[in-house]
Design a protein around this ligand. Sequence first.
Ligand code: AMP
Ligand code: MG
Length: 422
Amino acid sequence: MPRDPMLTPEEARAIVLNHVQVLGPERVSLLEATGRVLAQDVLARRDNPPGDNSAMDGYAVRHADVAAARDDAPVALEVIEDIPAGKVPQKAVGPGQASRIMTGAAVPAGADTIAPVEDTRPAEQGVAILAIEECGAHIRRRGEDMRGGEPIIKAGTECGPGELAVLAAVQQSFVSVYRRPRVAILSTGDELVEIEETPAEGQIVNSNTCALAAFCRAHGAEPVMLPTVPDDEAAIRTTIEAALRADFAVSSGGVSVGEYDFVKQVLDDLGAETIFWRVAMKPGKPLVFCTVGGVPYFGLPGNPVSSMMSFLQFVRPAIRKAAGYPQAAWFLPEAHARVESPCDNDGDRRQYLRATLRYQDGQFWVRPARRQGSHIISSMLNANSFVVLEPRQCAEIGDPVLVQVVGEFALSGEIAAKNSDL
Ligand code: AMP
Ligand code: MG
């Protein structure tokens, strides 16, 4: 492979995204669409509410009859019908009349206002109205939520519970969503054993396959976990060939410049078009990105933290694009925060420091983990953010820095205080 200049993370990400296609649609049942991206526009099938109905338990009245009603001057009305929710009113309300109505029940002809039960008292043969609001009060109008035939959700929208509520209301029991990419994951290394095996001297447990699979699930892909592969050219080739049956292939290890780093060689032999193999970042400098027969292949570094970092910076955006997410959702959200401990980058590559982000008294604060070695797996615990430090950037306590947000963060100070008795 030719030596090439090291790309910036942005350049590398742009190249990756240029080689990723949005996958086709599939139909899924409504609940399965949670977290997926709609591949179709959705129209409201009919008006919602389907007709005028009551927002309160009370009485459907003619406003003109009761406009003057007061506590000390109640207006008595004859009650002609009881209308529970779901029942079709049988009688029109005439002058001097009312119908008892429940929340959600259709408003009967003739009535134009609802008097809530709290503003009434029973009277002989009927009801006494003690107060009334404006004409039309407490009536939910037909179509005021959604109009039949109108577009209600656009393709490209991620389906959360709110979208599902609307889809259910418009009777979409199946919807068309973008397919989730299948991502094959393999780890290479003679020193690796599977989780359930006992490591012999010199061996370590393969934690990357599981971590990368979990990241796939968390970010919208379907992982396909392949067995651990030794540092053997033929074995690597066989497993990579299997991986290339997925939408993306992701490997960890074997992409540095060590004696036993065969992944690049095997990819070359398979006719890979190598697009780049190094990125100016720390952790995660060695990163092979190529396509083999059109399938994007990511050769991540083996160091556990480096592989996770490279996944989030490069594989995640590819997954998000393929799964149909809008462009703004391809990238990790960014914010500015003040650092809680000094940090600096004396190298010539951008650094991403695992850190804990919190929000206190109107601003974000971020504390980088004390140990940033790319083998310190435990530094990922509580790492809900990465501090982004450019070459030669240093930050003193309280200085603003850019952070990427990767998890939920705690609220302290006034917001936490408000919620403390929940
Ligand atoms: P490599 O990129 O293959 O040179 O590996 C770099 C470092 O990461 C070595 O210390 C490996 O032992 C370690 N490593 C590689 N693959 C894994 C894995 N799947 N799980 C945990 N550690 C790994
Ligand atoms: Mg290795």
